[in-house]
Design a binder for this molecule. Structure first.
Ligand code: SF4
Length: 203
């Protein structure tokens, strides 16, 4: 983009991201402290709506810098260089900071995060063609009606609004779900990959 208006928009995005990265709103509830992890650029064509960063991603500051990320790349069938390019892929978990660990794994994302930041960020993504919804927290926020269950939402992915693709979270915690639902790899992943290719294409 060129000209003073484009410059003002770019500055505004930079300023918003600086405020998010400095956010400490939920610090009293975050065992690892407030360390927002996200990837954003208004030119992005693909939006990954995740859950919340794990401990490894929080330490590195890179979204999905963990086994969930390796599986997600395989599902999307894109190289890491594309995944890490903000001009192509924006990665916005439902909570930007690691929520801490419970008895069975990571706690759910802090709800205040989406309430505080998400609508503003969504309004700055005019080029997104496909939004990949990882798990129920993302589905509840992005879909017009909350799905009855994750399995039902994924099985009926073709009934989601255009440009939305509901998936399970790629966490190793979902290995059991993946084993129990072989149709996911056989039928859903090929459709997902076709939509990702289309979203990222220059056409
Ligand atoms: S989870 Fe979100 S709202 Fe809470 S401290 Fe982190 S960035 Fe701020």
């Amino acid at each position: 983009m060129n000209g003073p208006d484009a410059h003002a928009v770019a500055e505004s995005d930079v300023a918003l991201l600086a405020r998010i990265r400095a956010c400490t709103q939920c610090r009293p509830h975050l065992a690892a402290g407030a360390r927002p992890v996200l990837q954003f650029d208004r030119r992005a064509r693909l939006l990954i709506a995740g859950q919340a960063p794990g401990t490894r991603a929080t330490l590195s500051g890179r979204p999905f810098d963990d086994p969930s990320g390796a599986r997600l790349l395989e599902w999307l069938d894109i190289p890491e260089s594309v995944f890490r390019d903000p001009a192509l892929v924006t990665i916005l978990p439902m909570g930007f900071c690691h929520p801490g660990r419970g008895r069975t794994g990571d706690l759910p994302p802090v709800p205040a995060c989406a309430r505080t930041w998400r609508a503003e960020l969504m309004s700055r993504l005019p080029a997104v063609r496909l939004t990949v919804l990882l798990g129920m927290h993302a589905m509840r926020w992005h879909l017009p009606a909350p799905p009855k269950s994750l399995t039902e939402a994924v099985r009926t992915w073709h009934q989601a609004p255009a440009g939305m693709f509901p998936l399970p979270h790629p966490s190793p915690r979902n290995n059991g779900w993946l084993l129990a639902h072989p149709w996911y790899a056989d039928a859903v992943l090929p459709a997902l990959r076709a939509q990702v290719r289309s979203a990222l294409s220059d056409g």
